[in-house]
Design a protein. Structure first.
Length: 268
């Protein structure tokens, strides 16, 4: 396996991409997945929602990348979305080197990372993002996004949006801009969504409003809502449960396989 740490910012050494590239096994390129850990835009929870996720997708024919994006109120939105665009651009620019199909590039995000992944799938065409990337239109558009217990709407989770905008008092315009259920349209990418109904931290309503927005816009989506489970289950197995049985659930743990099966529909 090839592991690299790729700097993405000359201004902030904490913004970088990690690669998890399987040894080649035949000429067929693998799919690519960009992993966005959660952390409420205050931190990056890469110990549970970074490397373990990357490694879990490799058996399903992926090469994986984990993005450490701007957090901690250093720089406001759309900084984080531009960093995702830069990561996608880097992966596509180097697709041959990494043995991946640039047209089969998915983004998976968790909690606030789910918000960022959903931003990549709905706000990819923002002029400020495309201008910052400096590539052809759509170069930063992922093939699809996987949203795992995602933050979606400013209706909930004030702290996440305060961190995103670097202020305790974001404006109504700012909140509307980043309430992503309001921006789903025919240019949005297919979405896979997962949540637990009793998530005590990120309200399941986030997934429900996003699924409804997809249905109304005609965007392909698949939704899995399980009745029980705490926030932050990650793989929901022994790899990421930290010894807590509440974070280990055989039903929820099937989500990687389900997501991989879902993604095949959108690969040529």
């Amino acid at each position: 396996m090839l592991f690299e740490r790729i700097p993405l910012s000359s201004e902030d050494e904490q913004v970088y991409l990690e690669s998890y590239i399987a040894d080649p096994c035949g000429p067929k390129p693998r799919k690519a997945i960009l992993v966005l850990p959660g952390g409420g835009y205050g931190s990056v929870c890469s110990d549970r929602e970074g490397e373990p996720i990357a490694l879990a997708f490799i058996p399903y024919g992926y090469n994986a990348f984990v993005l450490h994006y701007t957090v901690g109120r250093k720089r406001p939105f759309p900084t984080q979305l531009i960093e995702v665009a830069q990561a996608i651009g880097y992966i596509r620019d180097n697709a041959a080197r990494y043995g991946v199909d640039p047209e089969a590039l998915f983004v998976v995000g968790f909690s606030a990372g789910g918000h960022l992944a959903a931003s990549a799938g709905t706000l990819w065409k923002l002029p400020v993002v495309e201008q910052a990337l400096g590539r052809p239109h759509g170069y930063n558009k992922p093939t699809g996004v996987m949203l795992i217990y995602p933050v979606i709407s400013a209706r909930w989770h004030a702290r996440t949006f305060q961190n995103l905008w670097c202020t305790d008092t974001p404006s109504e315009e700012q909140l509307q801009t980043t309430s992503l259920e309001k921006h789903v349209d025919t240019d949005s990418v297919p979405m896979f969504l997962l949540h637990t109904a009793d998530d005590p931290v990120v309200n399941v309503g986030n997934t429900l409003v996003m699924a409804r927005a997809c249905a109304e816009a005609g965007v392909p989506f698949e939704t899995h809502i399980y009745p029980y489970g705490p926030h932050g289950m990650a793989l929901a197995n022994a790899v990421t449960d930290n010894g807590d049985p509440a974070w280990n659930d055989a039903a929820v743990a099937q989500w990687v396989a389900h997501a991989a099966t879902w993604a095949e529909r959108f690969c040529k």
